[in-house]
Design a protein around this ligand. Structure first.
Ligand SMILES: Nc1ncnc2c1ncn2[C@@H]1O[C@H](COP(=O)(O)OP(=O)(O)OP(=O)(O)O)[C@@H](O)[C@H]1O
Ligand SMILES: [Mg+2]
Length: 274
C-alpha cells in the first residue's frame, strides 16, 4: 500500500500511468469527457462506476486498443499517445486481462503462455517454457500446465489468462472486470491471485464491481460516471463514506441490489447497474 495522493505521486515514485485530459468520442457521442488520473508505481487503483460510464474505454485508451480523441497518456514515463510511438513496444509493457479469457482452445495452458513469449518477445523455447511454468505456479496452477482450456473451470482459465499476461513481464497490469463472467464460487481464487500481485508491488488498474476487493486491496478508488471522474480517494473513503450523491447512489445499487429494481429473468446481471 503506497497511499499516494494525486499530489504525492510526483514527489514519491514517478507515476507509472498518467492520464491527462483524455477524451474519446465514438461518432457524435463523447464517452470520455476529460479524464485526469495517475497511478503510482506499485499502486492499485480500482475504477468503479455504472455500465456505460466509460471504464473499459479508459483502460482501452491506456494500452491504445482505442485511439484517444484528445489528451495524453503516459506509461512508465513514455507518452503512448505520441504519434511516433512504437505501439507494439508500448503494449509489451502493459498486461491486460479481460472479462473473457481469450485463451487459445487448441493449446494447453502452458502453450498459451509460451506462444506469445515466442512471438512477441522472441524468447527461445526453453526460456519461454521456464517462464510459463513459473507463472502458472504463481497463480496456483502448476498442476494444470498440460490441460486445455475446456478442461479448466472459468476461474482456472482466468488465472491462466493472468499468468499469460505476467509471463510477458509487464510493468503495469490492467484488469477489466476479470471476475464478472465467473460463477460466484470461482471469484475468490481469482481475487486471491490479484491480491498476491498487489502485495508483490505490481502497478494495477482494476475495473471491478467487487466492492469488497476494492475496499480491501485498492490504494485508491476512482468513481466514474458519464465519462468523467466524479470522485476519487482512498478506498475506505470512496466506498465507505462517499462524498458525492452519484457515488452513493451507485454504491447503494451494487452493494444492495435488492434496493434497486430487481433485474428481469432475461437481463444480464453484469448489466444490472443501468
Ligand atoms: N467501439 C465503440 N463504438 C461505439 N460506441 C462505443 C464503443 N465502445 C464503447 N462505446 C460506448 O461508449 C460508452 C462507454 O462504454 P464502456 O464500454 O467504456 O463502458 P463501461 O463503463 O465499461 O460499461 P460496463 O460496466 O457495461 O462494462 C457506452 O455508451 C458504449 O456504448
Ligand atoms: Mg466495461
Amino acid at each position: 500500500m503506497t497511499g499516494v495522493t494525486m499530489e504525492g505521486t510526483d514527489a514519491g515514485g514517478r507515476a507509472e500511468i498518467e492520464v491527462r485530459g483524455l477524451r474519446k468520442s465514438f461518432g457524435d457521442t463523447e464517452v470520455l469527457r476529460g479524464i485526469d488520473l495517475e497511478v503510482a508505481r506499485g499502486e492499485v487503483v480500482c475504477v468503479i462506476g455504472p455500465s456505460g460510464s466509460g471504464k473499459s474505454t479508459l483502460l482501452r485508451c491506456v494500452n491504445l486498443l482505442e485511439e484517444p480523441t484528445a489528451g495524453r497518456v503516459f506509461v512508465g514515463g513514455t507518452e503512448v499517445t505520441d504519434p511516433d510511438v512504437d505501439i507494439d513496444a508500448v503494449r509489451r509493457r502493459i498486461g491486460m486481462v479481460f472479462q473473457q479469457f481469450n485463451l487459445f482452445p487448441h493449446l494447453t495452458a502452458e502453450e498459451n503462455l509460451v506462444l506469445p513469449q515466442r512471438r512477441v518477445l522472441r524468447r527461445d523455447r526453453a526460456k519461454a517454457v521456464r517462464v510459463a511454468r513459473a507463472n502458472l505456479e504463481r497463480v496456483g496452477l502448476a498442476g494444470k500446465a498440460g490441460a486445455h482450456p475446456a478442461q479448466l473451470s472459468g476461474g482456472q482459465q482466468q488465472r491462466v489468462a493472468i499468468a499469460r499476461a505476467l509471463a510477458m513481464d509487464p510493468e503495469v497490469m490492467l484488469f477489466d472486470e476479470p471476475t464478472s463472467a465467473l460463477d460466484p464460487e470461482l471469484v475468490g481464487d481469482v481475487l486471491a491471485v490479484m491480491r498476491g500481485l498487489a502485495r508483490d508491488g505490481m502497478t494495477m488498474m482494476v475495473v471491478t464491481h467487487e466492492m469488497s476487493f476494492a475496499r480491501e486491496v485498492a490504494d485508491r478508488v476512482v468513481f466514474m460516471d458519464a465519462g468523467r471522474v466524479v470522485e476519487e480517494g482512498p478506498a475506505r473513503q470512496v466506498v465507505g463514506a462517499p462524498r458525492e450523491a452519484r457515488t452513493r447512489d451507485f454504491l447503494l445499487r451494487v452493494l444492495d441490489p435488492a434496493a434497486a429494481a430487481p433485474p428481469g429473468p432475461d437481463q444480464d446481471p453484469a448489466d444490472g447497474t443501468a
